[in-house]
Ligand binder design. Structure first.
Ligand SMILES: [Mg+2]
Ligand SMILES: [Zn+2]
Length: 386
């Protein structure tokens, strides 16, 4: 148990960014809207029954005085999110962003430094309590001390995020990533929880499968179909049995996770080489219909330009013509003009790319003759560093 990993999750992130800007919102119910959905709400709103991802009309029925803020432009949230990560890098070079509002920080080195000058202070925040009367034996690798120091560092980080950005966060401290994320969800908001390695199985055995990050609905459904609903049940399955239900790498991961083993390193996610979307259909025969389909693709694609991929330099259009003899993909690409970067307006970004795509389409298809297409794809590549 030589590592110390902290998982930090900013509480109701979009809502808090708004509250940080306007402190009069703090004690009022606030919901962040995208289209007709409330995507995040602050805790006063949650107390009034306005949870995450509920329709706007339903939210207003439950809480007529809900303050609704349009959160469709992510620019500001993205900026705050990267500033938070930069701040956390003061504690360690190993920081892994998970979406806009979560970070894993490997503080092993910092803990090691402080271990030498340890003053015997105690935990900050909660410690996960083993509910069994028969306690697991304390490990003698010094990991208990590392968790105590880790909890002190997590408290400093959270205090810092409050002082600098007026953001509260919830934290988890453990000896691996998987556990740190699980325990950070045990006490929220604005609280933190640590766990001793020896209490790992006790915690895991109390959980439903979905509490483990990485077990998504597809994996969960598959396990349910073979009668596995809890982590405890999963841990009884031999690896060979798991391999009959899942591809080998996934079977091995599940086999380890349910025993609390996660050797994955905290490393920054690497930037993808390209981000693209495709849509196939039986026929598309007019420029008007093509424009509509391509426009929808672009809108969807723009929402995926996050985490250092905001500045693609190249955009590519792919098509498949309806042709009984072949399903050949054809594509053409062009560079993205600087006007795309300078505007923050999503509609404008969309129309800039749409114009480029329609030009490329005219090069791929002779529009003066009848045509029939069965697929469009739009792909951004060649991402520029900030
Ligand atoms: Mg969060
Ligand atoms: Zn240990």
């Amino acid at each position: 148990h030589n590592r110390t990993i902290i998982h930090l999750d900013i509480d109701c992130f979009y809502a808090q960014v708004e509250m940080a800007k306007n402190s009069s919102l703090r004690n009022k119910p606030v919901g962040i809207r995208q289209k007709h959905i409330i995507v995040t709400s602050n805790y006063p709103a949650r107390e009034r029954g306005v949870g995450k991802l509920i329709p706007l009309t339903k939210a207003l029925e439950k809480c007529p005085d809900l303050i609704v803020i349009n959160g469709e432009d992510l620019t500001e949230y993205r900026e705050v999110s990267f500033k938070v990560t930069d701040y956390l890098k003061k504690f360690s070079t190993k920081v892994h962003r998970l979406g806009f509002d979560e970070n894993y920080i490997d503080v092993t080195e910092l803990v090691q430094c402080r271990l030498n000058q340890f003053q015997g202070r105690l935990f900050v925040g909660y410690l996960y309590q083993n509910s069994n009367t028969v306690k697991a034996q304390a490990c003698d690798c010094n990991c208990r001390l590392r968790m105590i120091i880790g909890s002190q560092i997590a408290a400093e980080m959270r205090q810092g995020l409050w002082n600098v950005f007026s953001l509260t966060s919830s934290g988890g401290i453990a000896h691996n990533k998987m556990l740190s994320k699980i325990v950070s969800g045990l006490h929220k908001p604005n609280l933190q929880t640590a766990i001793y390695p020896e209490d790992t199985l006790d915690l895991l055995h109390s959980l439903e499968l979905r509490k483990i990050a990485g077990i998504g609905s597809a994996t969960n459904n598959k396990l349910q179909s073979v009668g596995i609903t809890t982590v405890k049940e999963l841990s009884t399955l031999p690896l060979a049995v798991l391999k009959t239900h899942f591809p080998t790498p996934q079977a091995c991961t599940l086999f380890q996770w349910c025993k609390g083993i996660d050797d994955s390193d905290v490393v920054a996610a690497t930037k993808p080489k390209s981000i693209g979307v495709e849509d196939s259909f039986s026929r598309c025969c007019t420029m008007i219909a093509s424009k509509k389909r391509i426009s929808d693709l672009i809108r969807h694609l723009l929402s995926r330009l996050v985490d250092g991929c905001e500045h693609p330099q190249t955009v590519k259009l792919t098509i498949i013509k309806h042709d009984r003899s072949s399903y050949k993909r054809e594509s053409k690409q062009c560079s993205v003009p600087s006007t795309f970067y300078s505007t923050k307006d999503t509609d404008k970004k969309c129309s800039i790319i749409l114009d480029l795509m329609m030009n490329l389409l005219r090069k791929l298809v002779d529009i003066h003759k009848p045509f029939r297409l069965r697929l469009f794809g739009v792909t951004f590549t060649n991402f520029k560093d900030k």
